[in-house]
Ligand binder design. Structure first.
Ligand code: PBG
Length: 327
């Protein structure tokens, strides 16, 4: 055959393929989500997230050592709150000696070089399992935003480097920025969950934190999976309101939104490979139906190709181990 272009030429050897590769996965790409519980000596596996654990503060220290020794740079903290501390306004979220605030202090003292990011949302603290204050069966926006702003300041006081509002209330980025600045926390940054969809892929996470909504769903605040232009609107709002990093969530089913975000704005775009994505890969691998390492690496590469600068993933430690072995 007479062909002008033979695309296979550049794929002919492993060396050549690595020379022309457009994207690379590195240890610097990751945010490690961590689940923290009260107690001592606790390291409990989350049933729907095999090999992922809830830690009490003492066992978290070993986990932090491993994360640091692998060269990972950032953690995203979530806490599981006991039922008796939950109420409609998420009052416990503002407790200066609450589990989140103690966890932040521990991480900052044991692993001072880690970038500490903290989840700002009411659902783990809410007796209704919702991300906001419930009034007459509805999640109320503005009163929730007031609480989220105080929560962000409380995390900053404990030493958080980044607050990560995952609630999807309107105007919370601006309110949080203003509250942080007013309290003198000019350098506490905001990673906004800007395009967060009402997704069934969050199921295992809600098991991990016992935070499933007690009634209804989250569709009046999280986004409709059918919408793309609306994501751009959310993203642009958050940039104008003062977000430092924005996030798209979930990951694999929303790569088009990651790409749109990367094209649209000049701030770093993060993506969250959520609990259900982890569970699916784990389950298929357990059955021997998929090669876990290859599928994980392919999914992470897809995030990079889509334009993500940062990836929150329950596979972060695994990926770094794979990178070291295959160097
Ligand atoms: C809640 C929150 C959720 C996740 C992160 N923050 C669940 C939800 O919105 O119901 C999901 C993360 C995951 O599934 O891994 N504010």
């Amino acid at each position: 055959m007479k062909l002008i272009n033979r695309h296979r030429r550049l794929r002919s050897t492993a060396s050549l393929r690595s020379l022309v590769r457009e994207n690379e996965i590195t240890v610097n790409d990751f945010i490690v989500p961590l689940f923290v519980v009260e107690g001592t000596g606790v390291k409990e596996e989350i049933p729907s997230m095999p090999n992922y654990f809830r830690h009490s503060l003492d066992t978290l220290e070993d986990e932090l050592k491993e994360i640091v020794s692998l060269g990972l740079k950032s953690v995203l903290l979530f806490v599981k709150v006991s039922d008796e501390l939950k109420d409609n306004a998420g009052t416990e979220a503002l407790n200066p000696n609450g589990l989140m605030q103690r966890t932040i202090k521990l991480v900052k003292s044991k692993a001072p070089n880690l970038v500490v990011m903290t989840d700002v949302a009411l659902d783990p603290y809410s007796s209704f399992g919702h991300d906001g204050v419930v009034v007459d069966g509805e999640v109320e926006n503005d009163s929730t935003v007031n609480i989220l702003a105080k929560m962000a300041v409380s995390h900053a006081e404990a030493g958080s480097d980044f607050v990560a509002p995952s609630d999807m209330m309107d105007g919370r980025i601006q309110a949080i920025r203003e509250a942080l600045d007013k309290a003198g926390f000019y350098n506490t940054a905001i990673m906004a969950y800007s395009a967060k969809y009402a997704s069934a892929f969050y199921g295992p996470f809600r098991d991990a934190l016992d935070s499933a909504p007690g009634f209804g769903d989250k569709k009046t605040y999280q986004m409709d999976p059918a919408n793309r232009l609306e994501a751009i609107k959310e993203i642009i709002s958050d940039v104008y309101e003062g977000a430092d990093i924005l996030m798209v969530k979930p990951g694999m089913a929303y790569l088009d939104i990651v790409r749109d975000a990367a094209n649209e704005v000049e701030i770093p775009v993060a993506v969250y490979q959520v609990s259900g994505e982890y569970a699916m890969i784990k389950a298929a691998a357990e059955k021997g139906w998929l090669d876990e390492e290859q599928v994980v690496m392919e999914s992470i590469m897809a995030f990079k190709r889509a334009g993500a600068t940062l990836i929150a993933s329950y596979f972060a430690k695994d990926v770094v181990k794979y990178l070291k072995v295959n160097k």
